[in-house]
Write a protein that binds this ligand. Sequence first.
Ligand SMILES: Cc1cc2nc3c(=O)[nH]c(=O)nc-3n(C[C@H](O)[C@H](O)[C@H](O)COP(=O)(O)O)c2cc1C
Length: 306
Amino acid sequence: MANKNPLEIELCGIKFKNPVITASGTFGYGIEYSRFIDISKLGGISIKGLSLHVVSGNKMPRIIETPAGMLNAIGLQNIGVDRFLTEKLPMLKKYKTNIIVNFWGKTIDEYVEVARKLDVADIHMLEMNISCPNIKEGGIAFGTDPKMTEKVVTAVKKNIKNKPLIVKLSPNVTDIKLFAKICENSGADAISAINTLLGMSIDIVTKKPHISNVTGGLSGPAIKPVAVRMVYEVFKTVNIPIIGIGGIMNYRDVVEFFIAGASAIQVGTANFVDPETTLKIIEDLSKYIEENRINNISELTGSLDI
Ligand SMILES: Cc1cc2nc3c(=O)[nH]c(=O)nc-3n(C[C@H](O)[C@H](O)[C@H](O)COP(=O)(O)O)c2cc1C
């Protein structure tokens, strides 16, 4: 029997009305965008990465446009987990969309503490960003060190009761398959991939870097082929669902990520170009599914023909 809503998916036991989720850091705390779009139409929203304490981020300038993308070094600016829970969540939960909360810490203890605070009703899933610097352990990013990845995923998973844990992988590694497998073995319920790729841009007149942090994270269409390749590699390696991210601008990009192995997707930089991108994608995906007589979009996951 045909599914009534062919875009409806289930991710780690959570129902999504469609697989379109806004990516962390590109959609604020969700509510800001309600002035522009009906956020209840979205499958989900991934909130700006939260930490234990308020973080004011890096010095300006923090973003620069690049060919087919942008570089950012915001520095994980956020209002902190407590203010999110008291000021933002009560407003956000009124919308009929799934709330995924992205979070990070400087140490394993901080990761665990933030995750425990977020283990509350009204939050559907947690998304752990393991691509940020680990100050206590000597500045190595958690997501680029296999041992640290294992430790932090195991510790967080042990300390949250029923909330599915998505681990967001860094693309700045030689072999993303290794990290995906470690996450799965350490208890991750899903993988999101990818975060931004390290990049740099220089003003040739002043010879200064365009952003104060010198290097930044590259996002947008420029990274899509890298992201699709990484989703494909992760899909072949793990049995947990993958949320594909990287340069998605339209429904064709979404279909491509699904074929590579994604079960859902996130849209980031495109929200800055046009805040209605996600709604257009949902509309176009519906047409695509109907025209191609697909019962449910999940049939496309991992359907690569080689
Ligand atoms: C301005 C900006 C801020 C971001 N902040 C976060 C963040 O706080 N946590 C996180 O996990 N990813 C963050 N990201 C990464 C995005 O969620 C996404 O993984 C990346 O931009 C690739 O997707 P896109 O090409 O569709 O933008 C940020 C990206 C941008 C552009």
